[in-house]
Structures are given as structure tokens and as C-alpha cells.
Design a binder for this molecule. Structure first.
Ligand code: SF4
Length: 158
């Protein structure tokens, strides 16, 4: 069985972004795709924000709509906890950078934070890291190492 790698849905070419577009990443799909099983998640669509939807940003740990100030923090955190708890095991995760839901740095998105809380040792990268061959190979190595050691998949978090 191939490793299961969570991925921000827009990186696979799914038209789930706030403006109805996607952020297909050919490095992800061409180089990683044949070796793993992707588990596609768009937290903002799944929490019910719709497509298109107003842009969001983080204010500290709060997620708010940029124009209206509508606060999505509590619904997103509740969704993220439940969604992550319902996920079967994962061996890695590729997140979309610069997203208030999916980004890892400099500020971690709310959904990415929920994933990291559940699996602190899960190999996680942003898609831009995959452009660097050394970082990409290190991520792939850790994804496959986790499978053989049972790091993420057999540690009882299912
Ligand atoms: S970055 Fe995350 S929340 Fe935003 S469109 Fe992509 S998958 Fe959805």
C-alpha cells in the first residue's frame, strides 16, 4: 500500500480557492503523486465558506474575513478538530503556503495547527519546500520512514 499523504486540495488543481481558482503544483503531482496516495482536504470549503468566498486573514489566533471582520475562528477550530480526528492515519502532509487555514509559516493556519496537534511527529511541508530537491527528498524519506517505523500510522491516534 502506498503512503497516505494529506494535501491542501488546491495544490492538486481542485478549484476550491476563495476566487474559484486553484494552485496546482506540478512538482507535487508529477514527482510525489505516483509514489503516494493523496488525501485531499480543503478546510475552508468543508467548513462551509463556499466558493467564491471573501478573503480571510489571521489576527493572532483568530481567523477573520478581511473586509467584514466576520470571525470564523470557532467554527474552523471545531471543524478542524473533528475532521482531523476522523482522518485515517497519515504518513505526511503537504500544505499550501500563506493560507490562514493551511499555511505552516510564519504563522500556522488553524487547520494545519490541528493536524500538528494530533500528529506532532508527522512529516509536514509547504508546497514551496518541494521546489528544493534536497528538502523534497528529505520529506519523501521521512514519509517512507514513518511507514516502516509505524511512527504516524500505528501510534494509536486513529
Ligand atoms: S489553501 Fe487550504 S483552505 Fe485555501 S483553498 Fe487551498 S486547501 Fe482550501
Amino acid at each position: 500500500m502506498k503512503p497516505r499523504v494529506g494535501v491542501s486540495a488546491c495544490l492538486l488543481g481542485e478549484r476550491v480557492r476563495y476566487d474559484g481558482g486553484h494552485k496546482h503544483d506540478p512538482v507535487l503531482t508529477d514527482l510525489l503523486g505516483p509514489r503516494v496516495e493523496f488525501v485531499s482536504v480543503c478546510p475552508e470549503v468543508e467548513v462551509g465558506m463556499g466558493i467564491p468566498r471573501p478573503p480571510l486573514h489571521l489576527e493572532g489566533a483568530r481567523m477573520v474575513e478581511t473586509d467584514s471582520g466576520r470571525d470564523w475562528t470557532d467554527p474552523m477550530n471545531a471543524y478542524a478538530e473533528a475532521r482531523v480526528a476522523a482522518l485515517d492515519h497519515l504518513d505526511g502532509y503537504v500544505f499550501k503556503s500563506k493560507s490562514p487555514s493551511c499555511g505552516l509559516a510564519p504563522t500556522r493556519g488553524l487547520f494545519a495547527e490541528a493536524v500538528a496537534r494530533r500528529w506532532p511527529d508527522l512529516p509536514m511541508v509547504e508546497e514551496r519546500d518541494l521546489q528544493d530537491s534536497a528538502l523534497r527528498e528529505d520529506f519523501i524519506r521521512r514519509v517512507f520512514a514513518g511507514r516502516t517505523s509505524g511512527n504516524a500510522s500505528e501510534s494509536g491516534e486513529e
